[in-house]
Design a protein around this ligand. Structure first.
Ligand SMILES: CC(C)(COP(=O)(O)OP(=O)(O)OC[C@H]1O[C@@H](n2cnc3c(N)ncnc32)[C@H](O)[C@@H]1OP(=O)(O)O)[C@@H](O)C(=O)NCCC(=O)NCCS
Length: 263
């Protein structure tokens, strides 16, 4: 919890044109709080012997929906190594690429060899709750090493972790996310299906591996709606689908959507 004092200043904070640096500072802080989904706040006005002023009480929201990512550091890696209890769990986590016992060095070598960027998924208090890495190949982001703290499994966190991976992949210019998952890893498979992944051909001939793909939609540009697609993005995607021989939009899309004129 954060408490910020002196935030009313005889009502001057309501004056958008004030050039008092203290008022402008308070207004800037309030803006930051309002834009931070992980923060919830209340302002209280107080009148007493010290005049008319007030305070803001800020609290962080419960875990899930308030997670964010940051660059992974060595302390995170140590924790993640401790989340993998045995060789079987390691195989589900990373396939044959790493060998038991898992070490910090192997985790670090992995990203260096593959050119991946690893991310720590953290709460507002910077507690590590999950991890993933992304490897960008053109407009495809390969998602790997997805893991959630064992203490927090079964609470719906993987959906948030995967959403953060999607958002980061978009920021890096990807329009699709690919991954490989061990077929026996039911919690992982269900997590990915739920997140909109579909099986795809992939680039592996290992029989125990399922390749999956998730196309990334653009968020609706309208701030008032939570639509997954903007209309223009949907039309563009449908026209791309129309090029694919097996796509169900193939027949209807080009004519109905005037694909010839879609850039
Ligand atoms: C994969 C992982 C992130 C999923 O997180 P989680 O918190 O365990 O996932 P959930 O508890 O939400 O389970 C996901 C789904 O699998 C189901 N599930 C979980 N354990 C299961 C089991 N043993 N058998 C069958 N279904 C199971 C859940 O019921 C849930 O189903 P739903 O989507 O229909 O509700 C987590 O298990 C993990 O970190 N595993 C170790 C690392 C790993 O294997 N990573 C995957 C690399 S590809």
């Amino acid at each position: 919890m954060i408490v910020i004092d002196n935030v009313v200043r005889d009502g001057a904070v309501a004056d958008v044109n004030s050039d008092d640096p203290r008022v402008r500072g308070v207004r800037a802080v309030v803006d930051v709080i309002a834009k931070s989904p992980e923060l919830d706040a209340t302002a209280l006005q107080t009148v007493g012997e010290k005049g008319w002023d007030g305070l803001i009480v800020v609290r962080s929201m419960p875990i899930g929906g308030s997670l964010s990512i940051r660059a992974r550091d060595e302390r995170d890696v140590r924790k993640i190594v401790g989340w993998v209890p045995d060789a079987a769990a390691l195989y589900l986590f990373s396939g044959p690429r790493m060998t038991w016992p898992l070490t910090v060095q192997q985790m670090q070598d992995m990203v260096a060899i593959r050119g991946s960027t690893p991310y720590a998924v953290v709460t507002v208090s910077d507690d590590l709750v999950g991890h993933f890495d992304l490897t960008i190949d053109g407009t495809i982001a390969r998602l790997g090493r997805v893991i959630v703290s064992p203490a927090l499994r079964g609470q719906g966190l993987p959906a948030d972790v995967v959403d953060l991976a999607f958002a980061q992949a978009r920021r890096l210019g990807a329009d699709a996310v690919h991954l490989n998952v061990i077929a026996a890893n039911v919690p992982a498979l269900r997590t990915y299906w739920r997140a909109g992944f579909a099986t795809t051909e992939g680039d592996t001939d290992r029989a125990d591996v399922i390749a999956m793909e998730r196309r990334l939609s653009l968020p609706c540009p309208c701030p008032q709606h939570d639509l997954r697609f903007s209309v223009s993005e949907f039309i563009k995607m449908a026209c791309e689908c129309a090029e694919h021989p097996t796509c169900s939009l193939r027949v209807a899309a080009p004519k109905a959507l005037h694909c010839d004129s879609v850039e």
